[in-house]
Design a protein around this ligand. Sequence first.
Ligand SMILES: [Zn+2]
Length: 356
Amino acid sequence: MVWLGHNLRNRPLLAQHAELRGAPVLVSLADAFARPTYMERFFSGCVRAALGMTGPLMIDCGAFSWLSQALSARRSIDALLKVYANSTADFLVSLDCPPRPDDTRSTRALLRRRTLSHLKRLAEFVPAQQLLPVVHGHSVREILEYCECVERICGNVPQIAIGGLVPLMCSGSAFAAFSYIRTDGARGDRSHWVGDSISLVRGCFPDSLIHVFGVGSATTAIAVLALGANSVDSMSWRRAANYGAILLPGRSERFPTARADRKPSRPVVSPTDVSLIAACLCPVCKSAAKAEKRLRLLAECYTNRAIHNAWTVLSEVAKLRAALSAGEAETFVQSRLLKTHRLYKPVMERLRLAAT
Ligand SMILES: [Zn+2]
């Protein structure tokens, strides 16, 4: 499952299409900090109704915003409880304090204590079915200890999330040289860490849904799901649309048409990509018969691109699920992930192991 990161400013974006109204969406309280009127408008009643959506809803507390507002921990939690107390959202993300891979041991311990104390308070008021605890770590031991603490506070949680992976996922990250000792004693790198952290959390909570935060691109979302996560979230549909780009199955981001006044930061749709546009069943592409017209629609409007991209992310994840059920995941992933993708090797290793 993929949760589409939804910006409150573009509220009607998905809701205006019946085919997308039931999509799982993730909204952040950080948006309400940027515009305080949003707090009353969206978070005082039923957020789902305010968005015009009908499907699963997750509310992220926007941890970085809370912390950067320099609110005291007490005030932060009180404000969060006010929103969470009567929320009908499916998942309410606990207020976490993610460590960076280069934080000192004492800083990491301090951040963990804070995260767990927030979780403890939230667990007293938020039903277990809704509360989404978040674990962090950059070693096997850290993840296992975090899971033990969560279990002590919340018991056998129905769902749990892994956070703090963003700095490791980013290409060109300052943490490209990150390494750790795997459970078999071998040294692992950041490519292994994503799959290993999912496996470690799975070992502690075998029946819980595992969400992985901040995976980035639609392709990486497929890789992380193939590595065993039950759900991920992605902003790529909006981010790419914002840059004027579209998502296509098995391709990197593309510009729909050539434009002389634009930096050539992405390739333009090529003749071999046109069949993918022609086959697209999104509400925007379906409104035009010819691929040329579809590309024009996508080129001229952010909303059209965002709708097409959201549809593409959702349908790609649905295709992965179908491939996993049919025992064809290896072939599917090979058609979507380049061999140079950071997660290609760990994903193929996992799928081959699962097939034996
Ligand atoms: Zn489309």
